[in-house]
Design a protein around this ligand. Structure first.
Ligand code: PEP
Length: 257
C-alpha cells in the first residue's frame, strides 16, 4: 500500500488561538505515525502562523483554494505562489462547496490546477456527485465528466503530483458516509480513467482520497478498501483526538495491507 494521505480541511472554522493549539497537537502526535502523510488546510488568514507551528514537524500545510493567476487585480484572492511563500505543499481545488456556492466549473478548476502545479503545489482535486445525480444513476458519468474537465491537458509528470479526492456531495458535512463499497466503486473507476489516459504505473501511483463524513468510527473500513489511499476530513479534523484516530486507522490499514 502507498503511504496514505490524511488531510484536514478546517474550512471557515476556528480562531487564531484555536488554530495554533490544534496544529500544535497534531504536529506533536503525528511523529508517532510515520507511515501516514498528514496535512492540515487551515483558513487562509492562519496559514502563516500554522505553517510556523508545523515547521520541523512531519505535517504538511495546505491551502483551501487559490486563483489561477500569479498576481494582479483580483481583490480577495490568493495566488498559488503566495501559498508556496507561506510554506504550503498542497492546495484543495474544486471542493464541492466552491463549486456549489462560488460557481466554480470544471474549466475554472482546471485553470487553477494548472496554475497550482506551475507554482510547485500539489493540488487535491475534489470530485463527486450530488444525491440527485446518484439517485438518477448518473454517478459514473458525473465522475467521468469532472475528471475529463478538471484534469484536462495534464502531462504524466503533472498528474503524478495531483491528489484526487472523491467526495460525494451528499456525504459532506451530513453525517451520511458512503459505504466502503460505494467509495471503492468510484475509486476503482478513477483508477481506470487514469490508466486509460496515462498508464498502469501512473494510475497506481496517484493518491485517491475519500472524503465525506469520515470519522474515527468509519475510517478503518473505508481506508481498508484497495483503492482508497487516504481521506480528506472536514468536521472530524477540528478535534485533534478524532483526527489522530483517523490517522491511526490509516496506519493500521498500511500494516494490514
Ligand atoms: C470536506 O470538507 O472535504 C469534508 C469531507 O467534510 P466532512 O468530513 O465534514 O464531511
Amino acid at each position: 500500500m502507498k503511504r496514505p494521505l490524511i488531510a484536514g480541511n478546517w474550512k471557515m472554522n476556528l480562531n487564531r488561538t484555536q488554530a495554533i493549539t490544534l496544529a500544535a497537537s497534531v504536529a506533536q502526535e503525528a511523529v508517532h505515525w510515520p507511515t501516514v502523510h498528514v496535512a492540515l488546510c487551515p483558513p487562509a488568514v492562519y496559514l502563516d502562523v500554522v505553517g510556523q507551528v508545523l515547521r520541523n514537524s512531519p505535517v504538511a500545510l495546505g491551502g483551501q483554494n487559490a486563483h489561477w493567476e500569479t498576481a494582479g487585480a483580483y481583490t480577495g484572492e490568493l495566488s498559488p505562489s503566495m501559498l508556496v511563500d507561506v510554506g504550503c505543499v498542497f492546495v484543495i481545488l474544486g471542493h464541492s462547496e466552491r463549486r456549489q456556492y462560488f460557481g466554480e466549473t470544471d474549466e475554472v478548476v482546471n485553470r487553477k490546477v494548472k496554475a497550482a502545479l506551475e507554482a510547485g503545489l500539489r493540488p487535491i482535486v475534489c470530485l463527486g456527485e450530488t444525491l440527485q445525480q446518484r439517485e438518477a444513476d448518473q454517478t459514473q458519468q458525473v465522475i467521468r465528466t469532472q475528471f475529463e474537465g478538471s484534469l484536462a491537458d495534464l502531462s504524466l509528470d503533472e498528474i503524478r503530483q495531483v491528489v484526487l479526492a472523491y467526495e460525494p456531495v451528499w456525504a459532506i458535512g451530513t453525517g451520511k458516509v458512503a459505504t466502503p463499497q460505494q467509495a471503492e466503486e468510484v475509486h476503482a473507476l478513477l483508477r481506470q480513467l487514469l490508466q486509460q489516459r496515462y498508464n498502469e504505473a501512473t494510475a497506481r501511483a496517484v493518491i485517491i482520497q475519500y472524503g465525506g463524513s469520515v470519522k474515527p468510527e468509519n475510517a478503518a473500513e473505508l481506508l481498508s478498501q484497495p483503492n482508497v489511499d487516504g481521506a480528506l476530513v472536514g468536521g472530524a479534523s477540528l478535534k485533534a483526538q478524532d483526527f489522530m484516530r483517523i490517522v491511526a486507522a490509516a496506519h493500521a490499514a498500511v500494516e494490514d495491507a
